[in-house]
Design a protein around this ligand. Structure first.
Ligand code: PMP
Length: 311
C-alpha cells in the first residue's frame, strides 16, 4: 500500500513539496547504504493535543549514529528537534510517523568517498499499526531466521544505519514468504538478538528478560520505555543472553519498537507461546504504553514534545 503523502518535507534546511524531495540517482548513500535514520511517532493525546514521543532521545541517537559512522552532520540535536516539530506542525499532522534521514549525497562514487555533501531530510506522514491492529490484540506468529545478526565487530549496532537493514530485509522477506509476520534474529553465537525492526522480551512469572545492551541490538527507545514502565509496575527486568528455547518456554513474548509499538508474539517456529494469545503482563504493559504515548498519563511529560497544528 502506498504511503499517504503530506504536503511538505524538510530537506537540507528548507521545506520542499513532497513530490520535489528527490535526490540524484548517483547519490553515494543509495549505492552503499551510507546513511543513518530514525523512526519516531507523534500521537494525538486524550486531551486533543499532539506530542512527539521521546523526540530528544531519537534525535540524540540520530546524531550518535552519524558520529559513530563518521558521517558529517551540519545540524545539532536542538536544530533537528525544532525541524521535526515544524514538519509535524506545517503538515497539520495530529498523529504521524516521522522519518529523519541523513545520507552521503551526490559527488564522487567510490566506497571511500570523503567529500560528498551529507543530505538531511525529515518526512512525516500518517501510519497505522506496523504489524496490524489484529497483531496488537491477538499477537503474531514469528520464525527464527536462517540469517544471523552480524558479529558485533562487523556492524555498529548502536547506530541506526541504512545499510544495516539489508540483513533485516533478508530475514523479513524470508519470514513473510513463509507466512510469518516477523523474523527473530540470533547473533553469531546463537543467542537471541532482536527482530528485524523491534527488540524482543520474554516474560516468566513476574520477570521480564531481554537481550543485553552489549549485544548486537539497537538500543531501542521503546525497549527503554517499557523497562521503565515494567519497573514502575513492580516487575523485575533482566538483561541477559537468551537462547531460543528460553523464548519457546516463556509465559509470554512480545516485540517492541516505535513502529510496531508493543506487539505480542503468540507463536515462534510453530511452538505456541504460553496460552497462544496476548498474555496478561503484555496486555498490562501495552495499556500503560498507550496511556503514556497517547492517553492521559501525565507522569511522563518529559517524554513528550508538544506542537501546535498550523492553521
Ligand atoms: N531494533 C531494530 C533493528 C530497529 O530497527 C528498531 C526500530 N528503530 C528497534 C530495534 C526498536 O527501536 P525503537 O524502540 O527505538 O524504535
Amino acid at each position: 500500500m502506498a504511503m499517504q503523502k503530506s504536503p511538505w518535507i524538510w530537506m537540507d534546511g528548507a521545506f520542499v513539496p513532497w513530490d520535489d524531495a528527490n535526490v540524484h540517482v548517483l547519490a553515494h548513500g543509495l549505492h552503499y547504504g551510507f546513511g543513518v535514520f530514525e523512526g519516531i511517532r507523534a500521537y494525538q493525546r486524550a486531551d486533543g493535543r499532539s506530542a512527539v514521543f521521546r523526540l530528544r532521545e531519537h534525535m540524540q541517537r540520530f546524531c550518535d549514529s552519524a558520529r559513530i559512522m563518521t558521517l558529517p552532520l551540519a545540524y545539532d540535536v536542538d536544530t533537528l528537534i525544532a525541524a521535526v516539530l515544524e514538519t509535524c506542525s506545517k503538515n497539520k499532522l495530529a498523529s504521524c510517523y516521522i522519518r529523519p534521514i541523513a545520507f552521503c549525497g551526490y559527488g564522487a562514487l567510490g566506497v571511500g568517498t570523503l567529500d560528498n555533501p551529507t543530505q538531511v531530510a525529515i518526512a512525516a506522514w500518517p501510519w497505522g499499526a506496523y504489524l496490524g491492529e489484529e497483531g496488537l490484540k491477538n499477537g503474531v506468529r514469528i520464525k527464527t531466521s536462517t540469517f544471523s545478526r552480524p558479529h558485533v565487530n562487523s556492524q555498529l549496532h548502536k547506530g541506526k544505519v541504512s545499510g544495516h537493514y539489508v540483513n533485516s530485509i533478508l530475514a523479513k522477506r524470508e519470514a513473510l514468504a513463509e507466512g510469518y509476520s516477523e523474523a527473530l534474529l540470533l547473533d553469531t553465537n546463537g543467542y537471541v538478538s532482536e527482530a528485524t525492526g523491534e527488540n524482543v522480551f520474554a516474560v516468566t512469572g513476574s520477570t521480564l528478560w531481554t537481550a543485553p545492551f552489549s549485544g548486537p541490538i539497537l538500543s531501542g527507545i521503546t525497549r527503554h520505555t517499557l523497562m521503565t514502565l515494567a519497573k514502575e509496575e513492580g516487575f523485575e527486568v533482566r538483561e541477559t543472553m537468551l537462547t531460543r528455547d528460553t523464548l519457546y518456554l516463556a509465559d509470554e513474548v512480545f516485540m517492541c519498537g516505535t513502529a510496531a509499538e508493543l506487539t505480542p508474539v503468540r507463536e515462534i517456529d510453530r511452538r505456541v507461546i504460553g496460552k497462544g494469545s496476548r498474555g496478561p503482563i503484555t496486555e498490562r504493559l501495552q495499556a500503560r504504553y498507550f496511556d503514556v504515548v497517547k492517553g492521559a498519563d501525565d507522569k511522563h511529560d518529559q517524554w513528550l514534545s508538544f506542537y501546535d497544528l498550523e492553521t
